[in-house]
Design a protein around this ligand. Structure first.
Ligand code: ADP
Length: 402
């Protein structure tokens, strides 16, 4: 698996007026299509070109199942566009759209974009237009937060383990490329995933779950500076080139915030929904609101808000104190009519056990915290299944054993 394309890491070139969508298409006419006949532009398999401040994004539509084999075509397209004056970076993805002309490039969400067209299909809308097909995976649930440090990864892990404990075949993808903590939280630091056939890699295993993180491929302490297109490349490759097994649910620990990485994830795969983690403080809620709005924009259903570090329960006397002003997330959820999934206390056990690679749901499965996570997981799953059933116009199939 190749995580960073040379073209995306290249030296900055001066901005120039040469960089236009027409120029990009002209260069792409030199790239042969999947069967070495006509070029990719004539074949109509190039998506609308997105140019944003020297960054070029587009997708090439290929038949489902041929993505691996056509990687050299993707690389050639990336390389040739990288030669244009004014190109700072290029990111090309292969998508499995059936209608070639409708392949989608990601909307960067930023100002000054020249999009030349919209997305072919929104996640959650029932179509897979422009998205990476994930046929083995029943539902992909993102766990997100508007800012870092609110306990998003801890919540994601314990939710995933609750899904697993309740009989769902579960995987977790650490998409927090700025601070991948899942290997540490699952006691997998320092371990490397095995290679699989065809340049793919196998997910790691922890507590019966399949696990993938960029933290397995780079040092957790290495400073990671990602430019927008590199983010897209890294995330899409972690989805595409990992041999995920048959899973009922893949929990995605999203990077905090609402930038390129979040948009990429929200658009790259058909998300069943998002769980937003917030602390009770106003500031975190303001950030959480941004996260909510982002998912709304990309039409991903918000399965609910979790209030983490909701109250403090003294480990010695059991007395409860609302040190962060408990209840903010619940009030906000009611105000904006988003489900409220539950409150997780600030508790030493949660911190110590997570940080020691033994999350509470597995190290104390009958304890009070495991019960809280399990209830939250059940609500999130029910909401995800309800949205799915609505999309598909049928009744829920898989239920959690409780
Ligand atoms: P994020 O992913 O939002 O950056 P983390 O999940 O890494 O946050 O959590 C940050 C720190 O807070 C970690 O040390 C974690 O163990 C601790 N933490 C998270 N949730 C709780 C909780 N409910 N009680 C106690 N500590 C928590």
């Amino acid at each position: 698996m190749r995580l960073c394309h040379e073209a995306t890491q290249g030296v900055r070139k001066p901005m120039s007026t040469n960089l236009t969508k027409e120029r990009v298409l002209e260069m792409l006419q030199k790239v042969k299509g999947p069967d070495q006949g006509d070029d990719i532009v004539s074949l109509g398999i190039v998506s609308p070109i997105v140019i944003n401040k020297g960054k070029v994004y587009f997708a090439i539509s290929v038949e489902p199942g041929r993505a691996k084999e056509l990687e050299p075509m993707r690389e050639a397209a990336e390389e040739i566009v990288g030669r244009i004056d004014g190109v700072e970076s290029v990111a090309v993805t292969l998508t499995a759209d059936r209608n070639a002309g409708e392949a989608s490039a990601p909307d960067t969400g930023g100002g000054g974009c020249s999009t030349g067209g919209g997305r072919a299909g929104a996640p959650g809308s029932g179509g897979t237009g422009g998205q990476i097909p994930m046929p083995n995976i029943g539902s992909i649930i993102a766990v997100a937060s508007g800012k870092g440090g609110v306990g998003k990864s801890t919540t994601a892990i314990n939710l995933a383990l609750s899904f697993q404990a309740n009989g769902l075949r579960t995987g977790i993808l650490d998409a927090d490329i700025y601070g991948p903590s899942i290997p540490r939280l699952l006691g997998l630091q320092g371990q490397n995933p095995e290679a699989a056939e065809n340049d793919q890699i196998k997910p790691m295993k922890a507590f019966g779950m399949e696990v993938m993180s960029i933290g397995f491929l780079v040092d957790e302490d290495a400073p990671m500076i990602w430019r927008g297109p590199m983010v897209m490349s890294a995330l899409t490759q972690m989805l595409q080139f990992v041999t995920w097994g048959e899973l009922d649910v893949l929990v995605v620990d999203m990077p905090p915030g609402t930038g390129d990485a979040q948009l990429t994830m929200s658009q790259a795969v058909p998300l069943a929904g998002a769980v937003i983690v917030s602390t009770p403080q106003d500031l975190a809620l303001i950030d959480a609101r941004k996260g909510l709005n982002m998912f709304k924009q990309v039409k991903v259903p918000v399965l609910g808000i979790v209030e983490n570090m909701s109250y403090f329960k003294c480990p010695s006397c059991g007395e409860r104190s609302d040190i962060f002003g408990h209840g903010g997330a619940k009030t906000e959820a009611e105000r904006i009519k988003v489900p409220f999934l539950g409150e997780i206390p600030l508790h030493m056990d949660i911190r110590e056990k997570s940080d020691a690679g033994q999350p509470v749901v597995v190290s104390d499965p009958d304890g009070p915290h495991a019960k809280i996570y399990s209830q939250i997981a059940e609500k999130a799953w029910t909401n995800a299944e309800a949205h799915k059933a609505k999309r598909e116009g049928k009744k829920t199939k898989i239920t959690m054993e409780s």
